[in-house]
Design a protein around this ligand. Structure first.
Ligand code: WTA
Length: 680
């Protein structure tokens, strides 16, 4: 057997457990929507055809203010590390803040909605954002001594101070690396170490489900863990949830921890000129899960990234400056970076930052926010849609809001759920876009342009203008449109939003995303380097693409991307555990949940306490989002004769599907035992 075949027989991926739904009919956007839409010109697809590549992307770059234009649109000399708009000089903070002052300084840039309803919504104007970004930039520059190219780790919750911190970094060309606030101190430390940050920026506390959580304690763990790996964090800047008041229990460490609020007093009135950054300078790192235990830092550029997210925010999200736009993702994920902060602010829109969870204190919370702020563009993930539908299927009808446009992102959406979103949340009037993309890709890959292409429930849609998908079978043959077969979806061409490399690991970047279908590793021609997305997909005769899920060992739990190997290595931290295997299980609300199978070391007894200890270890190492559905302590793992764990068999057991032929296993008898244990 080849390596590839071996892998297919032993492993289980999301795509294998995906349900294929039928092709649905079209829904059309209303004439009212079309009349006001930003993109109604059908020639856009021709303008962005491969014949006009790569210059077509000037159209997006021209939405920004440049200090200097580029001399080379796409430099392929270091293939497949593409460089866009080379020679161009730009600043992301300037584009998201300063340039709006002349006309819109008094307009709300950020509506901050605290989780507690009795707390007032904070409306931050562009002028105020400008002042706050500048003063905080002064702290970064003068107090922390940071300069362009340095990395800073942020571990912040959903508060406007997070956007301010990002924009302050961008002002100096400092590379920010925001770690999702719900991740553990240990997960934060891994990212500090990998990016070699000596400054950590955090917040004392935030609200979750009505409770205020001590967040500062995670900073202490992160710093201590990083020190063990020889990465010394010199300064921890602590924003306060309530300025002037400390809301955490964990003490501040003298000489290391500083309240931003105290420091700001010294920098009152400071203004810092934005640094004119080369277009290809990194803007930020976003760590994501891959096929090994170690998360990888996706490195995004300044000019290309900002051009791509601005263009797609304008034409797919249909953002106009007068819109109130609410994306309910977390800024700790790529969706929040691109479509809460950078894209909407570059367009001068009002963007909503919501601290809380959608179902607290009740099922009407989201719709009250929409009503009060007159939100007209709404953006969320299928997991949230499914959860809101379950807890309050009729709730949206009780509130008087009007969405012209809605987005779904992050997971495939079941047509039935899509229809509820359309009829009830969108009141039958909103145009919907299903946007398929990844941390790596910076912005959307497949979606419909809402005024030009009809919606089709359960399908993301065709490639975006300038994005040319291609579906390959295992052997690299192209699957034509309408073949009715799933294959590995790749993108034929580079685009400005694509990540530049994996931070500090170019080999892994090439290996993981390009080697599989690369036509010639020595080539400097982009045509030889299709980008492997890691998803399985089918293309209908109309060119619409349905995504089935990951083909590798990445799983999408409630739209949060996790590596099964990360969970397994967290379980192995528990000394009693000998072996661990994580498999994806279908879940009504979360889409996918992880099931954890463990085998213990000889002589160790299986107890409920031990199962809990293992589950707690995962939460401690990664965070609550990674908590397994169940820890199954099994007498032995089903294995091939060569000793490989048959995750595929475990996956079938967890999903109550046919385990197939197991007689060739080294230990077929355990399959029945485990099936009884899991299925009762
Ligand atoms: C999945 C999130 C179906 C896919 C932006 C991808 C989707 C992974 C969709 C990336 C969608 C994202 N339909 N599946 N509209 N959007 N995915 O990096 O498997 O957190 O590879 O980026 O989510 O997750 P990530």
């Amino acid at each position: 057997m080849t390596e590839k075949e071996k892998r297919e027989v032993t492993e289980v991926s999301e795509a294998q457990i995906a349900v294929h739904w039928q092709e649905e009919g079209y829904y059309h956007a209303s004439p009212k929507f079309i009349a006001q839409a930003n993109m109604t010109d059908e020639t856009v697809y021709d303008r962005f055809s491969l014949d006009n590549f790569p210059n077509c992307f000037k159209e997006y770059a021209d939405l920004l203010d440049w200090y200097e234009y580029w001399h080379t649109t796409l430099d392929t000399s270091d293939a497949p590390c593409w460089k866009w708009f080379v020679g161009g000089k730009i600043n992301a903070s300037y584009n998201c803040v300063d340039r709006h002052l002349a006309k819109n300084k008094n307009k709300t840039a950020i509506h901050f909605v605290p989780e507690l309803e009795e707390e007032k919504v904070e409306h931050i104007t562009y002028q105020e954002l400008y002042v706050r970004v500048n003063e905080f930039t002064a702290i970064l520059q003068d107090f922390c001594g940071l300069k362009a190219g340095d990395r800073v780790t942020l571990h912040m919750p959903m508060v406007p101070e997070l956007a301010i911190t990002m924009l302050a970094c961008a002002r100096l060309g400092v590379i920010h690396s925001q770690v999702f606030g719900g991740f553990s101190g240990k997960a934060c430390s891994d990212r500090i170490v990998d990016s070699k940050s000596d400054v950590l920026i955090t917040m004392d506390a935030y609200y979750r489900g009505g409770k205020i959580l001590d967040h500062k304690e995670k900073a202490d763990i992160a710093v201590a863990e990083a020190a063990k790996e020889n990465q010394k964090v010199q300064k921890v800047l602590v924003w306060q949830r309530y300025p002037g008041k400390y809301s955490a229990q964990t003490p501040m460490v003298d000489g290391r921890d500083f309240f931003v609020n105290d420091l700001l007093k010294k920098y009152y009135g400071k203004r810092i000129e934005p640094v004119r950054m080369p277009a290809e300078a990194p803007l930020f790192l976003m760590y994501t899960s891959g096929t090994t235990g170690k998360p990888k830092g996706c490195q995004h550029s300044t000019g290309g990234y900002l051009a791509y997210v601005t263009g797609t925010s304008k034409y797919v999200q249909d953002i106009h400056p007068e819109d109130v736009y609410w994306c309910m993702a977390d800024i700790g994920w790529i969706t929040g970076h691109s479509y809460i902060v950078y894209g909407p602010l570059a367009l001068g829109a009002s963007t909503v930052i919501f601290e809380g969870i959608p179902n607290y204190p009740d099922a009407g919370r989201c719709w009250r926010i929409a009503q009060d702020l007159d939100v007209n563009i709404f953006h969320t993930a299928p997991t949230t849609i499914r959860a809101l539908r379950k807890i309050g299927p009729d709730e949206p009808r009780k509130y008087n809001y009007f969405f012209k446009h809605m987005t779904t992102v992050g997971e495939p959406i079941e047509p039935e759920v899509w229809r509820w979103y359309h009829e009830v949340v969108g009141k039958g009037k909103a145009a919907i876009v299903d946007t398929w993309w990844q941390t790596e890709t910076g912005g959307f890959l497949c979606s419909t342009l809402p005024a030009l292409k009809p919606m089709k429930p359960g399908s993301a849609g065709p490639g975006m203008p300038g994005i040319h998908p291609i579906i390959f079978d295992e052997d690299g043959n192209t699957l034509p449109k309408g073949a009715g077969k799933a294959g590995n979806i790749c993108i034929q061409n580079p685009w400005p939003g694509g990540f530049q490399t994996i931070w500090g690991d170019r080999d892994r970047f090439v290996r993981q995303y390009y080697t599989r279908y690369c036509k010639n590793p020595a080539s400097k021609d982009w045509r030889d380097w299709p980008y492997l997305t890691g998803d399985a997909a089918v293309e209908a005769p109309d060119g619409y693409i349905r995504i089935l899920g990951r083909i590798d060992d990445v799983i999408n739990v409630s739209g949060h991307r996790l590596g099964t190997k990360e969970l397994e290595s967290a379980a192995l931290v528990v000394p009693e555990v000998a072996e661990a295997a994580v498999v994806p299980v279908k879940h009504d609300i979360k889409g996918i949940e992880p099931d954890l199978y463990v085998a213990l070391k000889p002589g160790v007894a299986a107890t409920p306490e031990l199962a809990k200890k293992i589950s707690d270890a995962i939460v401690r190492e990664i965070g609550p989002i990674a908590k397994p559905r169940k820890v199954w302590i099994v007498p032995d793992m089903p294995k091939t004769r060569s000793g490989k764990i048959m995750r595929r068999v475990l996956g079938s057991i967890s999903n109550k599907s046919d385990v197939g032929d197991v007689m060739t296993l080294a230990n077929p008898e355990v399959v029945e035992l485990i099936t009884k244990m899991v299925q009762g």
